[in-house]
Design a protein around this ligand. Structure first.
Ligand code: DP6
Length: 358
């Protein structure tokens, strides 16, 4: 599909006012998106596990208005959240071509996260995908012929315009975003479910998120993406990410966990290596991030388990492992790793099936 396919030309029904709600999860990338061009288009393809427990619930109330321009107010946990307004304004600006009635309504957006806002977990993927799904549902109410497949795809398309990684939160459990020659149907415009066979070992794959640093990020992802322009290793990084995704296709099929670990950990470290070699350079890992990584490596060696880690653009560590190892790994986390988390905090999560209307 092209961008043109997401423009709706006519809406048969007009609705005076209504309310729509959705819930959308966060996701954790195995192959990372880091670097973009044009209108939120990724420099390389990425793939992630959609999560379950880390999610955002959004309720969008809308009412017809006569004035010009955008009109919305945002609430987080029922309290006004003016700090979210600039991001939502940018989002509305980017999507107005595709949601033509956006300026004809006043919106009230109520949002709540299942994880603490200060946890350092990116809420943009779950937040933007939840809001995008509400808006497409609103469009479907005015255009009842819109079929479900288009609703899903358009939600991912719009979510991407809010935050790139959000395009991977609409469906699950494994979603690819970014055109890749070996992945049929993949697109730079929206996420698609990973289309090939996946070995049962990856079913209900576990992700326990160790909250190393709960503060606000020092460097936003958006700035980090920008620093890939003119980065000395950018080209090699984009090629390597695409090659890693090619390799991951057969690993996901065969269930080869040792190769999986190699690819996933190398992706996480490459992402942070990009940060350390950009200009300006920066480091998001904390001493406890490294301590945890070293302990995961030692535990894996000692026990022969298939536990590994990945990182997003922050200090928190995502501990990934097969469902069959849950008991063993969780005791290891509780007994050893939680000591390196802020206030001992971690979140137990696992792969899930994506966003839903409520
Ligand atoms: C490190 O999707 O947060 O988590 O498109 O600017 O909103 P924007 O960036 P964002 O970047 C996510 C980067 C990452 C890797 C990933 O999720 O693929």
């Amino acid at each position: 599909m092209t961008e043109e396919d997401f423009i709706t030309h006519a809406h048969p029904t007009t609705i005076e006012k209504d309310v729509v709600s959705s819930v959308a999860p966060s996701n954790i990338a195995l192959i990372k998106y880091w670097g973009k061009y044009g209108n939120q288009l990724p420099e390389n393809a990425s793939v992630s596990f959609t999560l379950s427990n880390c999610h955002t619930k959004t309720t969008l109330s809308y009412q017809k208005k006569d004035s010009e321009g955008f009109d919305f107010s945002v609430f987080l946990d029922d309290a006004p959240a003016p700090s979210f307004e600039p991001k939502i304004s940018t989002f509305f600006e980017r999507i107005k071509e595709y949601i033509p009635f956006l300026e004809k309504y006043s919106f009230t957006i109520h949002t709540t996260n299942s994880f603490p806002h200060s946890s350092g977990i990116a809420s943009s993927a779950s937040g933007m995908s939840a809001l995008a799904l509400c808006l497409v549902r609103m469009e479907q109410q005015m255009n009842p012929q819109m079929d479900q497949a288009l609703v899903t795809r358009k939600a991912s398309f719009l979510a991407r315009l809010g935050s790139g990684s959000a395009s991977r939160s609409i469906e699950g459990p494994l979603v690819v975003w970014g055109k890749h020659p070996k992945i049929e149907g993949s697109s730079n415009l929206y996420g698609v479910p990973f289309p090939y066979k996946v070995h049962p070992t990856f079913e209900n794959f576990q992700d326990t998120i160790l909250l190393v640093d709960k503060g606000e990020k020092q460097v936003s992802s958006t700035l980090g993406h920008d620093l890939m322009h003119g980065h000395p290793f950018a080209r090699q990084r984009f090629e390597k990410a695409n090659a890693n995704l090619t390799a991951l296709i057969s690993v996901l099929e065969s269930g080869d966990l040792s190769e999986f670990i190699h690819i996933v950990e190398s992706e996480a470290l490459s992402l942070h290596a990009m940060m350390m070699t950009s200009r300006p350079y920066f480091i998001l890992m904390k001493p406890n991030t490294l301590e945890i990584i070293n302990r995961i490596w030692a535990f894996r060696k000692k026990t022969g388990t298939s536990v590994c880690f990945t990182l997003d653009a922050g200090a928190n560590v995502h501990v990934l492992y097969p469902f069959s190892e849950k008991e063993k790994v969780l005791s290891f986390i509780k007994e050893e790793l939680s000591a390196f988390c802020k206030d001992g905090a971690f979140i137990i999560d696992q792969a899930g099936s994506g966003a839903q209307l409520l």
